[in-house]
Design a binder for this molecule. Structure first.
Ligand code: COI
Length: 356
Protein backbone atom coordinates (compact mmCIF):
# COMPACT_ATOMS: atom_id res chain seq x y z
CA UNK A 1 0.00 0.00 0.00
CA UNK A 2 1.33 3.44 -0.92
CA UNK A 3 0.38 6.21 1.47
CA UNK A 4 0.72 9.80 0.36
CA UNK A 5 -0.53 12.21 2.98
CA UNK A 6 -1.84 15.68 2.31
CA UNK A 7 0.15 18.65 3.49
CA UNK A 8 -3.00 20.71 3.38
CA UNK A 9 -5.64 19.31 5.76
CA UNK A 10 -9.12 20.84 5.46
CA UNK A 11 -10.31 19.59 8.82
CA UNK A 12 -10.42 23.04 10.40
CA UNK A 13 -13.35 23.81 8.06
CA UNK A 14 -15.45 20.92 9.41
CA UNK A 15 -18.52 22.23 11.20
CA UNK A 16 -20.00 19.06 12.64
CA UNK A 17 -23.29 20.68 13.60
CA UNK A 18 -23.98 21.88 10.07
CA UNK A 19 -23.17 18.83 8.01
CA UNK A 20 -25.27 18.13 4.98
CA UNK A 21 -25.18 14.48 3.92
CA UNK A 22 -22.39 13.46 1.57
CA UNK A 23 -21.09 16.88 0.67
CA UNK A 24 -17.88 17.21 2.70
CA UNK A 25 -15.10 14.70 2.20
CA UNK A 26 -12.24 13.63 4.43
CA UNK A 27 -8.67 14.60 3.56
CA UNK A 28 -7.78 11.30 1.89
CA UNK A 29 -9.23 8.68 -0.44
CA UNK A 30 -8.19 5.19 -1.43
CA UNK A 31 -7.75 4.27 -5.08
CA UNK A 32 -6.66 1.17 -6.95
CA UNK A 33 -6.65 0.66 -10.70
CA UNK A 34 -7.35 -2.47 -12.71
CA UNK A 35 -5.60 -3.03 -16.01
CA UNK A 36 -4.25 -6.01 -18.01
CA UNK A 37 -6.35 -8.41 -15.99
CA UNK A 38 -5.18 -7.41 -12.52
CA UNK A 39 -5.48 -4.85 -9.76
CA UNK A 40 -2.49 -2.58 -9.20
CA UNK A 41 -1.19 -1.24 -5.91
CA UNK A 42 -3.59 0.32 -3.39
CA UNK A 43 -2.89 4.01 -2.88
CA UNK A 44 -4.13 6.31 -0.17
CA UNK A 45 -3.76 9.87 -1.41
CA UNK A 46 -5.20 13.36 -0.88
CA UNK A 47 -8.91 13.52 -1.80
CA UNK A 48 -9.43 15.21 -5.14
CA UNK A 49 -10.72 15.05 -8.70
CA UNK A 50 -9.50 13.00 -11.63
CA UNK A 51 -9.68 13.94 -15.24
CA UNK A 52 -11.56 11.44 -17.38
CA UNK A 53 -12.56 11.17 -21.02
CA UNK A 54 -16.25 11.58 -21.95
CA UNK A 55 -15.81 8.19 -23.64
CA UNK A 56 -15.14 6.57 -20.27
CA UNK A 57 -17.25 3.42 -20.23
CA UNK A 58 -18.98 3.92 -16.88
CA UNK A 59 -20.36 7.24 -18.13
CA UNK A 60 -21.74 5.70 -21.31
CA UNK A 61 -22.89 2.27 -20.15
CA UNK A 62 -23.32 2.68 -16.42
CA UNK A 63 -20.88 -0.06 -15.44
CA UNK A 64 -20.53 1.05 -11.83
CA UNK A 65 -21.49 -0.18 -8.37
CA UNK A 66 -20.96 1.01 -4.83
CA UNK A 67 -21.37 0.30 -1.14
CA UNK A 68 -22.59 2.33 1.80
CA UNK A 69 -21.13 1.78 5.26
CA UNK A 70 -20.15 3.73 8.37
CA UNK A 71 -17.43 4.20 10.96
CA UNK A 72 -18.25 5.38 14.49
CA UNK A 73 -16.23 7.00 17.25
CA UNK A 74 -17.04 6.12 20.87
CA UNK A 75 -16.73 8.39 23.89
CA UNK A 76 -13.10 7.33 24.42
CA UNK A 77 -12.20 8.15 20.82
CA UNK A 78 -11.98 4.52 19.68
CA UNK A 79 -13.10 3.94 16.10
CA UNK A 80 -15.24 1.05 14.87
CA UNK A 81 -16.54 -0.27 11.57
CA UNK A 82 -19.83 -2.15 11.45
CA UNK A 83 -19.93 -5.59 9.77
CA UNK A 84 -17.44 -4.59 7.04
CA UNK A 85 -17.17 -8.19 5.78
CA UNK A 86 -20.80 -7.98 4.67
CA UNK A 87 -20.10 -4.95 2.48
CA UNK A 88 -17.02 -6.66 1.11
CA UNK A 89 -19.09 -9.72 0.12
CA UNK A 90 -21.86 -7.60 -1.35
CA UNK A 91 -19.67 -5.35 -3.50
CA UNK A 92 -18.25 -8.48 -5.10
CA UNK A 93 -21.76 -9.82 -5.78
CA UNK A 94 -22.59 -6.51 -7.45
CA UNK A 95 -19.30 -6.53 -9.38
CA UNK A 96 -19.88 -10.07 -10.64
CA UNK A 97 -23.39 -9.24 -11.89
CA UNK A 98 -22.05 -6.18 -13.72
CA UNK A 99 -19.18 -8.17 -15.30
CA UNK A 100 -16.57 -6.25 -13.30
CA UNK A 101 -13.52 -7.70 -11.50
CA UNK A 102 -13.98 -8.58 -7.85
CA UNK A 103 -11.88 -6.72 -5.28
CA UNK A 104 -9.69 -8.47 -2.69
CA UNK A 105 -10.25 -8.42 1.08
CA UNK A 106 -6.85 -6.72 1.37
CA UNK A 107 -8.01 -3.86 -0.86
CA UNK A 108 -11.42 -3.51 0.70
CA UNK A 109 -11.22 -4.33 4.40
CA UNK A 110 -7.56 -3.63 5.13
CA UNK A 111 -7.50 -0.62 2.80
CA UNK A 112 -10.58 0.78 4.46
CA UNK A 113 -9.12 0.36 7.95
CA UNK A 114 -5.97 2.23 6.86
CA UNK A 115 -7.99 5.08 5.31
CA UNK A 116 -10.21 5.43 8.37
CA UNK A 117 -7.18 5.29 10.66
CA UNK A 118 -5.43 8.10 8.79
CA UNK A 119 -8.50 10.34 8.85
CA UNK A 120 -9.86 9.30 12.25
CA UNK A 121 -9.90 12.96 13.34
CA UNK A 122 -12.70 13.52 10.78
CA UNK A 123 -15.12 11.13 12.48
CA UNK A 124 -17.53 13.22 14.50
CA UNK A 125 -18.20 12.03 18.04
CA UNK A 126 -21.63 11.97 19.66
CA UNK A 127 -25.16 10.60 19.30
CA UNK A 128 -26.15 9.90 15.69
CA UNK A 129 -22.83 11.04 14.20
CA UNK A 130 -20.68 8.82 12.02
CA UNK A 131 -18.40 8.73 9.02
CA UNK A 132 -20.34 7.62 5.93
CA UNK A 133 -18.06 5.52 3.71
CA UNK A 134 -18.58 5.02 0.01
CA UNK A 135 -16.52 2.29 -1.69
CA UNK A 136 -17.12 2.17 -5.46
CA UNK A 137 -15.97 0.35 -8.59
CA UNK A 138 -16.37 1.91 -12.01
CA UNK A 139 -15.31 1.24 -15.60
CA UNK A 140 -12.60 3.61 -16.81
CA UNK A 141 -11.70 2.37 -20.28
CA UNK A 142 -12.02 4.97 -23.02
CA UNK A 143 -14.09 3.00 -25.53
CA UNK A 144 -17.57 3.07 -26.99
CA UNK A 145 -17.94 -0.62 -27.79
CA UNK A 146 -20.91 -1.92 -25.81
CA UNK A 147 -19.07 -4.61 -23.85
CA UNK A 148 -17.48 -4.85 -20.44
CA UNK A 149 -14.54 -2.54 -19.83
CA UNK A 150 -10.92 -3.65 -19.62
CA UNK A 151 -10.01 -0.97 -17.10
CA UNK A 152 -11.57 -0.13 -13.73
CA UNK A 153 -11.03 1.99 -10.69
CA UNK A 154 -11.83 0.95 -7.13
CA UNK A 155 -12.07 3.93 -4.81
CA UNK A 156 -13.11 4.60 -1.23
CA UNK A 157 -14.22 8.07 -0.25
CA UNK A 158 -15.82 9.12 3.03
CA UNK A 159 -17.90 11.92 4.42
CA UNK A 160 -18.69 12.93 8.03
CA UNK A 161 -22.41 12.43 8.68
CA UNK A 162 -25.28 12.94 11.05
CA UNK A 163 -28.70 11.30 10.55
CA UNK A 164 -29.63 11.14 6.85
CA UNK A 165 -33.38 11.74 7.00
CA UNK A 166 -34.77 12.47 10.39
CA UNK A 167 -38.47 13.33 10.39
CA UNK A 168 -41.08 10.68 9.43
CA UNK A 169 -41.79 10.75 5.69
CA UNK A 170 -44.80 10.16 3.46
CA UNK A 171 -44.60 7.40 0.86
CA UNK A 172 -46.45 6.59 -2.34
CA UNK A 173 -47.10 2.91 -3.08
CA UNK A 174 -46.03 2.45 -6.68
CA UNK A 175 -48.60 0.82 -8.93
CA UNK A 176 -46.72 1.39 -12.17
CA UNK A 177 -42.96 2.02 -11.88
CA UNK A 178 -40.67 -0.76 -10.72
CA UNK A 179 -37.26 -0.66 -9.17
CA UNK A 180 -36.28 -4.14 -10.32
CA UNK A 181 -37.39 -7.27 -12.14
CA UNK A 182 -36.42 -10.94 -11.97
CA UNK A 183 -33.24 -11.60 -13.88
CA UNK A 184 -32.25 -7.96 -13.49
CA UNK A 185 -29.87 -6.14 -11.14
CA UNK A 186 -32.15 -5.26 -8.19
CA UNK A 187 -30.04 -7.22 -5.68
CA UNK A 188 -26.87 -5.42 -6.77
CA UNK A 189 -25.88 -1.97 -5.54
CA UNK A 190 -25.59 -0.87 -9.14
CA UNK A 191 -25.42 2.88 -9.73
CA UNK A 192 -28.11 2.55 -12.43
CA UNK A 193 -30.67 1.22 -9.93
CA UNK A 194 -30.55 4.59 -8.22
CA UNK A 195 -30.67 6.61 -11.45
CA UNK A 196 -33.76 4.67 -12.54
CA UNK A 197 -35.50 5.57 -9.28
CA UNK A 198 -35.12 9.34 -9.61
CA UNK A 199 -37.89 9.98 -12.16
CA UNK A 200 -40.62 7.96 -10.39
CA UNK A 201 -39.51 9.67 -7.16
CA UNK A 202 -39.87 13.09 -8.82
CA UNK A 203 -43.42 12.15 -9.81
CA UNK A 204 -44.13 11.00 -6.26
CA UNK A 205 -42.75 14.33 -4.96
CA UNK A 206 -45.08 16.23 -7.31
CA UNK A 207 -47.98 14.18 -5.93
CA UNK A 208 -47.01 15.23 -2.39
CA UNK A 209 -44.95 12.23 -1.24
CA UNK A 210 -41.28 12.14 -0.28
CA UNK A 211 -40.53 8.50 -1.08
CA UNK A 212 -41.87 5.53 -3.00
CA UNK A 213 -42.76 2.08 -1.76
CA UNK A 214 -41.61 -0.13 -4.61
CA UNK A 215 -43.85 -3.05 -5.42
CA UNK A 216 -43.10 -6.16 -7.49
CA UNK A 217 -42.96 -5.54 -11.24
CA UNK A 218 -45.23 -8.48 -12.14
CA UNK A 219 -48.35 -7.60 -10.12
CA UNK A 220 -47.60 -4.45 -8.08
CA UNK A 221 -49.38 -6.35 -5.35
CA UNK A 222 -46.47 -6.81 -2.91
CA UNK A 223 -44.14 -4.47 -1.02
CA UNK A 224 -40.48 -4.74 -2.05
CA UNK A 225 -38.39 -1.76 -0.88
CA UNK A 226 -39.00 1.86 0.02
CA UNK A 227 -36.94 4.63 -1.56
CA UNK A 228 -33.33 3.47 -1.09
CA UNK A 229 -34.28 1.41 1.97
CA UNK A 230 -35.54 -2.04 2.91
CA UNK A 231 -39.05 -1.94 4.34
CA UNK A 232 -40.64 -3.20 7.58
CA UNK A 233 -44.34 -3.28 8.52
CA UNK A 234 -45.70 -3.88 12.01
CA UNK A 235 -49.23 -5.20 12.38
CA UNK A 236 -50.29 -5.62 16.01
CA UNK A 237 -47.02 -6.84 17.55
CA UNK A 238 -45.67 -8.76 14.57
CA UNK A 239 -42.97 -7.37 12.29
CA UNK A 240 -43.10 -8.25 8.59
CA UNK A 241 -40.37 -7.74 6.00
CA UNK A 242 -40.02 -9.18 2.49
CA UNK A 243 -37.35 -11.83 1.87
CA UNK A 244 -34.29 -10.74 -0.09
CA UNK A 245 -34.42 -11.92 -3.68
CA UNK A 246 -33.06 -11.17 -7.11
CA UNK A 247 -35.04 -7.93 -6.90
CA UNK A 248 -34.41 -6.89 -3.32
CA UNK A 249 -31.13 -5.65 -1.88
CA UNK A 250 -29.68 -7.79 0.91
CA UNK A 251 -29.45 -4.87 3.32
CA UNK A 252 -27.04 -5.13 6.24
CA UNK A 253 -29.18 -2.81 8.34
CA UNK A 254 -32.19 -4.98 7.39
CA UNK A 255 -30.41 -8.11 8.60
CA UNK A 256 -29.31 -6.35 11.81
CA UNK A 257 -32.89 -5.19 12.55
CA UNK A 258 -34.18 -8.75 12.10
CA UNK A 259 -31.51 -10.18 14.41
CA UNK A 260 -32.07 -7.54 17.08
CA UNK A 261 -35.86 -7.97 16.96
CA UNK A 262 -35.59 -11.76 17.28
CA UNK A 263 -33.17 -11.42 20.16
CA UNK A 264 -35.75 -9.29 21.99
CA UNK A 265 -38.31 -12.04 21.42
CA UNK A 266 -40.34 -10.03 18.92
CA UNK A 267 -42.17 -12.01 16.28
CA UNK A 268 -40.55 -11.44 12.87
CA UNK A 269 -42.12 -12.82 9.70
CA UNK A 270 -39.87 -12.73 6.64
CA UNK A 271 -42.39 -13.22 3.85
CA UNK A 272 -44.08 -11.46 0.95
CA UNK A 273 -46.19 -8.50 2.15
CA UNK A 274 -49.36 -8.03 0.08
CA UNK A 275 -50.29 -4.35 -0.34
CA UNK A 276 -53.88 -5.34 0.43
CA UNK A 277 -52.82 -6.86 3.76
CA UNK A 278 -51.34 -3.50 4.79
CA UNK A 279 -54.36 -1.52 3.53
CA UNK A 280 -56.74 -3.85 5.39
CA UNK A 281 -54.67 -3.64 8.58
CA UNK A 282 -54.86 0.16 8.29
CA UNK A 283 -58.66 -0.02 7.96
CA UNK A 284 -58.97 -2.35 10.91
CA UNK A 285 -56.66 -0.25 13.07
CA UNK A 286 -54.11 -3.05 13.54
CA UNK A 287 -51.36 -1.39 11.46
CA UNK A 288 -48.98 0.03 14.04
CA UNK A 289 -46.04 1.33 12.02
CA UNK A 290 -44.12 1.13 8.75
CA UNK A 291 -40.50 2.08 8.39
CA UNK A 292 -37.53 1.85 6.05
CA UNK A 293 -33.96 0.93 6.99
CA UNK A 294 -30.61 1.53 5.33
CA UNK A 295 -27.03 2.38 6.21
CA UNK A 296 -27.33 6.10 5.59
CA UNK A 297 -30.66 6.64 7.34
CA UNK A 298 -30.51 3.72 9.86
CA UNK A 299 -34.31 3.82 10.04
CA UNK A 300 -37.01 6.22 9.01
CA UNK A 301 -40.67 5.97 9.97
CA UNK A 302 -43.52 6.71 7.58
CA UNK A 303 -46.32 9.09 8.51
CA UNK A 304 -48.59 8.72 5.47
CA UNK A 305 -49.04 6.30 2.61
CA UNK A 306 -50.58 7.00 -0.80
CA UNK A 307 -52.41 4.27 -2.66
CA UNK A 308 -54.64 4.53 -5.75
CA UNK A 309 -55.38 8.20 -5.22
CA UNK A 310 -56.03 7.93 -1.48
CA UNK A 311 -53.77 9.31 1.24
CA UNK A 312 -53.82 7.20 4.39
CA UNK A 313 -52.46 8.70 7.57
CA UNK A 314 -50.34 6.31 9.60
CA UNK A 315 -50.31 6.23 13.39
CA UNK A 316 -47.16 7.71 14.92
CA UNK A 317 -46.36 5.86 18.11
CA UNK A 318 -44.28 7.43 20.87
CA UNK A 319 -40.55 6.60 20.72
CA UNK A 320 -41.06 4.23 23.68
CA UNK A 321 -43.82 2.31 21.93
CA UNK A 322 -42.27 2.26 18.47
CA UNK A 323 -40.38 -0.89 17.50
CA UNK A 324 -38.62 1.10 14.75
CA UNK A 325 -37.27 3.63 17.27
CA UNK A 326 -36.34 1.03 19.89
CA UNK A 327 -34.44 -1.12 17.43
CA UNK A 328 -32.75 1.92 15.88
CA UNK A 329 -31.58 3.08 19.30
CA UNK A 330 -30.19 -0.35 20.10
CA UNK A 331 -28.45 -0.65 16.75
CA UNK A 332 -26.81 2.78 17.05
CA UNK A 333 -25.81 1.86 20.62
CA UNK A 334 -24.01 -1.24 19.34
CA UNK A 335 -22.46 0.55 16.37
CA UNK A 336 -21.05 3.35 18.50
CA UNK A 337 -19.89 1.12 21.39
CA UNK A 338 -22.40 2.36 23.94
CA UNK A 339 -23.93 -1.09 24.32
CA UNK A 340 -22.58 -4.60 24.44
CA UNK A 341 -22.30 -6.26 21.03
CA UNK A 342 -23.72 -9.78 21.45
CA UNK A 343 -23.28 -10.58 17.75
CA UNK A 344 -19.65 -9.47 17.35
CA UNK A 345 -20.63 -6.92 14.69
CA UNK A 346 -18.22 -4.14 15.68
CA UNK A 347 -14.71 -4.12 14.27
CA UNK A 348 -12.13 -1.94 16.02
CA UNK A 349 -9.90 0.18 13.79
CA UNK A 350 -6.63 0.04 15.68
CA UNK A 351 -4.74 3.26 16.03
CA UNK A 352 -1.74 3.32 13.71
CA UNK A 353 -2.94 0.34 11.62
CA UNK A 354 -2.25 2.30 8.43
CA UNK A 355 1.45 2.21 9.19
CA UNK A 356 1.74 -1.45 10.23
C1 COI B 1 -27.18 3.66 1.96
O1 COI B 1 -27.94 3.59 2.92
O2 COI B 1 -25.97 3.49 2.04
C2 COI B 1 -27.75 3.89 0.67
O3 COI B 1 -27.58 3.11 -0.22
C3 COI B 1 -28.48 5.13 0.47
C4 COI B 1 -27.63 6.03 -0.35
C5 COI B 1 -27.99 5.88 -1.78
C6 COI B 1 -27.67 7.43 0.11
Amino acid sequence: MIIQKTSNSRIQNLDKDNISFGSTFIDHMLVCEYENGKWGEVRIMPYGSFSFSPAMMCLNYGQACFEGMKAYKDQKGQVFLFRPEKNFERINKSAKRLAMPEVTREMFVEGLKALVDIDRAWIPQGEGFSLYIRPLIFATEEALMARESNKYMFAIIASPAKAYYSAPVSVLISDYYSRAANGGIGFAKAAGNYAAAFYPTQLANEAGYEQIIWTDDATHGYFEESGTMNVFVRVEDTIYTPPVSERILDGITRDSFIELAKRRGMEVVVDKIPVQFVINAHKEGTLKEIWGVGTAVVSNRFKAMGYKGERLTLPLLSDEESYAENLKKELIGIQSNQQEDPFGWRVLVEEGVAHK
